[in-house]
Design a binder for this molecule. Structure first.
Ligand SMILES: [Zn+2]
Length: 415
């Protein structure tokens, strides 16, 4: 299975918006950009919502059938590990092997020596075509890199082999992810991580490093944009060189776990992949769920009332809801509107506060992030919430489609 050049990860917490999401991809195709959709959902999301990997597969298949989508599509077992992968095996054909927790895991002296054996030719001056200055690599650098990443890549191989022995190596796409960590990996580290990936025999087609800056959920990039640009460009060149030097899959590409809505850096990424004729996988978080809430607010009446209740409950449970996401959100509780205040808002005001239009006078990033992590509140409403979303599927679907196409795809591909 060979992943196409451009792929887009579309998270959908409640598995109701497959068609609206696919409509965005179809609209891109109509405008000359071929993207394959990847429905991604993590084990954590499934647990919080009480859904199963099979539900995502059913959603994807149904949308594809309904809209007569003939190109490939994928269902991503997002951020799985050996403990959580099994329930995804029958339903996914894309696996994000998350080994962030194994960065720095103990490795034996023998394993380090083996790695030094294959990496020592790079000691001295490491030249990457396209990068002006060569990198200086010492034996100490290699030992440090081995101690930091070898355990993680070894674990990725264990997960990969487990999946391959169950599904057959040709029946899925493997991504290696190390993005959910504090410190970014440098382009040099990425180069040697790719060497390890080759050494351990993982035919990875996408790799998700941690980039410079903060990728908070559902809001824009926060960090040094120039630094990001330099790093992203070097990463592209490093991958190209690693493909040519190590014999990794020729379509190997960066996967950006964007957390959605990285409006500032989408055009930069788009420009650079075009410059080097590289592919990309952009994974969005479950912000489709925010569009569902926006749609409910705009629908008015009971639906608007439900949107207000969702906020009010989330407001009262901030600590609990934000806890699991504390590294990827940034909310100043002092600035949040009170539920009483929100109870007087009309649908437009609610929608404009939640919808991510930078510079809009009503837009409130804290309000948005709190509702983003508050999907548990809606999950607890069970059918009451799902029925309301289905009853208002036209207005909701319009929000979902516009969000993915206009605010994400168009910025990335300059349509
Ligand atoms: Zn991620």
């Amino acid at each position: 299975m060979v992943l196409e050049k451009y792929s887009f990860g579309i998270g959908d917490r409640f598995a109701q918006q497959g068609e609206a999401q696919l409509n965005a991809i179809i609209k891109a195709k109509d405008n000359g950009i071929d993207i394959v959709p990847v429905w991604n959902k993590s084990n954590r999301e499934h647990q919080i919502i009480n859904s199963s990997p099979e539900d995502t597969r059913i959603e994807a298949d149904a949308a594809v059938l309904k809209l007569n989508w003939k190109d490939p599509y994928y269902v991503d077992a997002d951020h799985i590990n050996l403990r959580t992968v099994d329930s995804f095996l029958d339903h996914s054909n894309f696996f994000t092997l998350d080994v962030a927790d194994y960065i720095g895991a103990a490795v034996s002296g023998k394993e380090i020596d083996t790695f030094l054996g294959i990496s020592s030719p790079y000691i001295g001056s490491l030249e990457i075509p396209g990068i002006q200055d060569p990198f200086r690599i010492t034996r100490e650098d290699l030992v440090r890199i081995a101690k930091t990443f070898l355990g993680a890549v070894r674990e990725a191989a264990a997960i990969y082999n487990h999946i391959a022995s169950n599904k057959g190596a040709d029946n899925f796409i493997a991504e290696v992810s190390m993005d959910e960590v504090e410190n970014p990996q440098t382009p040099v580290e990425l180069f040697f991580i790719l060497l390890m990936i080759k050494h351990y025999g993982i035919p990875a087609q996408t790799i998700a490093p941690k980039f410079t800056g903060r990728f908070n959920k559902g809001v824009d990039y926060a960090g040094n944009v120039d630094q990001f640009k330099k790093e992203f460009e070097q990463d592209l060149l490093v991958i190209e060189h690693a493909i040519n030097s190590f014999g990794l899959p020729g379509n190997l590409k960066l996967s950006v776990h964007s957390g959605s809505d990285k409006f500032t850096i989408y055009p930069i990424m788009g420009e650079l992949i075009l410059k080097y004729d590289k592919g990309i996988h952009v994974k969005t978080a479950g912000t489709t769920w925010l569009e569902e809430v926006i749609g409910l607010a705009l629908a008015g009446g009971d639906a608007l009332q439900m949107a207000r209740i969702i906020y009010s409950n989330a407001y009262g449970r901030q600590e609990e809801l934000c806890g699991p996401y504390f590294t990827v959100i940034n909310i100043d509780p002092e600035t949040l509107p009170s539920p009483t205040e929100v109870s007087e808002w009309d649908g437009e005001k609610f929608a404009n506060t939640l919808r991510h239009i930078p510079g809009h006078p009503d837009y409130h990033p804290g309000f948005r992030q709190l509702i983003h992590v508050g999907y548990k509140v809606a999950a607890e409403m069970e059918d009451e919430f799902l029925t309301m979303v289905r009853q208002n599927s036209v207005v909701v679907g319009e929000q979902v489609m516009t969000n993915i196409y206009d605010r994400h795809i168009r910025r990335l591909f300059d349509i």
